[in-house]
Design a protein around this ligand. Structure first.
Ligand code: NG1
Ligand code: MG
Length: 532
């Protein structure tokens, strides 16, 4: 399937759910349509849109640096049942020249929210603060982001929507690193495109780019993995998503589509809300990688070390090898050339940069003054360069550790994908995949410092219970873990995690809550619209 097509209408639920999930999902879709009638004056929805969450298999904290990642969509998703009222039909008209959006949720704790917007400007669509209506922000940012991409004749048309009614039903646990937020943004985007009759006019790449930009409006300086995964996924495939030189997606059939192995997701049930903790974790990491990029460029003697070309670690790599095309062979050393023989040029360059970071960047925490010296950005320049886009709070910055993680993780993604693409896979392939997952985890814990005691405990327990490889998935500091497990071992594996983690730490948990936190997964299809 060419992945740049407009979002397709699906013909059957089996196109988007694994066989085991279809019956259950069909029930849920029907129930949502009748819940919609209750919520909105006995009317029927016109369509249901869907966007899935994702599990990232490998490639953590490198999307915002510009390196490729390897996620897969999961069956858990956001559904939105939608009815669109237009100026030339019923009496539901908002004030002249205004669109009204009413958005409700099947989960009572997410309060209903209504907002209005002009058709030609979105100024009145303010962002909400904290509170029980905060979840609706994602719809608003999607609307704001897409607005300038909607064709003028659509916005000015007599049949433009005057009121959009939305009922949201989500099965992705919020703030658990399975990307509920990106699924909200993505699903909202499809709803808006469909409501304005613009779905065929924006291809999926543009949609993903807009969704990525939009989601930053909630205050997290995120990369583009989650929205892309939600938009492009196809069943049984992981996606090799590249951001450089531009967004591109390569579906890769997973080894788990052969019967012997599967991925299991286990949620620590520790909630990690980046919108609250961003200044001391996620957004701070983004800034540390930017500082590392400037410092590394300077240490490598890159001429233009203050321009756009060295803004991220990805760009430092590109610029360095553009200026010194022979560096791999001349200064690479045996380790680098070894990587080159196994995985090609890109992998060898990553290894080169990992070793260069290790050699050239100062180890341990650096004060602002030290970072000023290392990067050459001082005083106001420093504020402008590192502190102006998102607020952060830190006494010390760790450039060496973050940079070594980024380059080594980017290399592991290439190795992982290459193993998945191998024609014949034997036990040693799975062992290698597992090792890559485990070294990713070690790097995230020790160098990126985004694990937490519960993640470590669950991962240790998984390894003792027979997982071939285990790691945290998503941003970390809580949320979920992912494990590669032999299918025949799954029942015992689940039982062991249940006993050793959930029953111990959360004794009151109900059966369905445990099943919601601990489950095996097969990659599901991506975002779509389903005409009711
Ligand atoms: P999660 O954990 O799903 O919020 C976040 C970012 C990704 C990526 C990962 C770490 C958002 C929306 N997503 O994912 O872009 O950077 O962390 O690899 O913030
Ligand atoms: Mg998120």
């Amino acid at each position: 399937m060419p992945v740049s097509d407009p979002v397709p209408l699906v013909s059957s639920l089996s196109d988007i759910y694994s066989p085991a999930g279809v019956a259950k999902s069909a029930l849920r879709w029907d129930r949502l349509a009748s819940q919609f009638s209750k919520a909105f004056n006995q009317s029927q929805p016109d369509f249901i849109a869907r966007a899935p969450g994702r599990v990232n298999l490998i490639g953590e904290h490198i999307d915002y640096v510009g390196f490729s990642v390897f996620p897969a969509a999961i069956e858990k998703d956001i559904l939105m049942a939608v009815k669109v009222h237009r100026s030339d039909d019923d009496g539901h008209s908002a004030a002249e020249g205004e669109l009204e959006v009413v958005i409700k949720n099947t989960t009572p704790r997410f309060e209903a929210h209504t907002f209005t917007s002009g058709y030609l400007e979105t100024d009145q669509v303010g962002l909400l603060d904290q509170g029980d209506q905060r979840w609706a922000n994602y719809f608003k940012v999607a609307f704001k982001g897409l607005h300038s991409h909607l064709p003028a004749e659509v916005l000015e048309s007599r049949s433009r929507p005057t009121r959009i009614e939305v009922l949201v039903d989500g099965t992705i646990p919020p703030e658990s690193s399975l990307s509920s937020s990106a699924a909200m943004t993505t699903c909202s985007s499809i709803v808006i495109l469909q409501a304005f009759g613009a779905r065929e006019r924006i291809d999926r790449t543009e949609m993903a780019e807009v969704a990525i930009e939009s989601e930053r409006l909630v205050g997290v300086n995120s990369g583009g993995m989650d929205q892309s995964a939600s938009i492009f996924s196809i069943p049984h495939h992981a996606l090799y998503i590249s951001f450089y030189p531009k967004l591109s997606v390569q579906p890769t059939r997973l080894p788990t589509s052969q019967p012997e192995h599967t991925f299991v997701i286990a949620n620590t049930l520790v909630v990690s809300d980046k919108k609250v903790t961003g200044p001391v974790n996620y957004n701070l990491r983004v800034v540390e990688t930017r500082m590392a990029a400037r410092a590394l460029a300077k240490a490598l003697g890159i001429e233009s070390n203050r321009g756009e070309e060295t803004k991220t670690l990805r760009l430092v790599l590109e610029t360095f090898f553009r200026e010194k095309p022979a560096a791999l062979e001349e200064e690479g050393g045996a380790e680098v050339l070894d990587t080159l023989r196994g995985y090609g040029e890109e992998a060898a360059r990553l290894r080169f940069m990992e070793l260069a970071s290790d050699r050239l960047l100062e180890k341990g925490g650096m004060t602002r003054e030290q970072v000023e010296v290392a990067t050459g950005f001082r005083g106001k320049d420093f504020d402008q360069e590192f502190l102006s886009s998102f607020p952060i709070r830190a006494e010390k910055f760790k450039l060496h550790a973050r940079s070594v993680h980024v380059f080594s993780e980017a290399l592991r993604v290439i190795q992982f994908k290459s193993l998945c693409s191998e024609e014949s896979k034997g036990p040693s392939t799975y062992a290698s995949l597992g090792e890559l997952m485990s070294s990713s985890q070690a790097s995230l814990r020790e160098l990126y410092e985004c694990s937490c005691p519960e993640l470590d405990e669950l991962i240790q327990l998984a390894s003792d219970s027979g997982a071939i490889g285990s790691r945290l998935t998503g941003a970390g500091w809580g949320g979920c873990t992912v494990h590669l497990v032999r299918k025949s071992d799954v029942p015992e594996f689940l039982a062991s995690l249940r006993r050793g983690y959930y029953e111990k730490r959360f004794p009151g948990l109900r059966e369905e809550e445990i099943n919601d936190a601990l489950f095996d997964t097969e990659p599901a299809g991506g975002a779509c619209v389903y005409q009711v």
